[in-house]
Design a protein around this ligand. Sequence first.
Ligand SMILES: Cc1ncc(COP(=O)(O)O)c(C=O)c1O
Length: 385
Amino acid sequence: MASIPRSISTSMSAFTSMPCEQASEWPRHGGQAGALLERFGLPADHPFEDFSANLNPLGPPGWVPAWLARHVGELARYPDVNYAEPRAAIAAHHGVMPGQVLLANGGGEAIFLAAGLCAGGRAGVLAPTFNEYARALAGVGAEVREISLADSLEDLDAVFLCRPNNPDGGLLALADVDALLARAAACGCRVVVDEAFIDMTARPADAAALPTRLAAHPNLILLRSMTKFYTLPGLRLGYALASEALIAAMARRQPPWSVNRLAAGLVAPLLADTAFSERTRAWLAAERPRMHRALQALGLEVAPGETCFFLLCPGVELRRRGITAEALLERLLCGGILVRHTHGYKGLDGRWLRLALRDADANDRLLKGLGDALKGEEDRRGRLR
Ligand SMILES: Cc1ncc(COP(=O)(O)O)c(C=O)c1O
């Protein structure tokens, strides 16, 4: 298997203040289709299905539109600045104190607030991973080092990691997290674990695990996104869990009323919807292995992962025949399927693609699109020979 580099930086002294912006002509996020359409000479209204954004295809839960309609009159009122009700609901969900919860405007805001604690310091990022950690840290003047699990934490103020990891979906084993927490505690380094996708694994025990570590680890910060799981990118919801002291420090940097009133009001009823969580886990347990097998059958190399997206590249045989991820990306988009490039992920550098898992019918269309793209590319290369 083509290796997915876990550690890109081999030099322990290789610090950089802005590591992830070099591929400026590639859009930084999924869902930024316009730039890709332009890049490939396609019209702005070219129709496509979006497999680039990792959102739960079952959401938002069916009752959400009616709930929003019932509460629309509240648009004229500010939210409770302390978010007492949603914080209490999140605290009860995880068995922590409300003072250990910070409600955020998406997991993205939680990342930037956690990074704010490192202002002017040094942070390690377990790489390759979501670029926003490095961007948020650089934005507060922190020096950022891409590290591997084995690297020393001695001179770091914090280490950031993503579990399951974006872009490959790999789930760092709890034993490894525990070992990292112990090493970090010994040298006064904070550990920030972004669990934005943890509810979209077929392992509920893993989703519940790290909040139980908070009592013993005052250096641990957990970040969660409700945007992904409940498919609310237009509203945004996320939160951080940590010691009361760290939550208070993060809250000092948060703009007031950062989370809008309707999103904040949705937190408690969303968390109470256990049937939605169970349906999501059942979908994932069925679709992920089916798609994994089907993608491999197309000759693609699929990184081992546990969540609602796949990182893949043309397998050895396809690569030998000159087929590249970039050619597939372009052919897929021409055929009406948008997937995520990996330019800007150091070490992946566009050689891999990230594909969201969607409902079974959409996934079948993706498989058909991939089959067509591979065939089209093979034919083109055959004609060139
Ligand atoms: C790993 C990871 N964390 C956090 C976020 C941001 O979450 P939200 O959309 O809730 O701000 C994303 C979004 O892509 C992500 O991939």
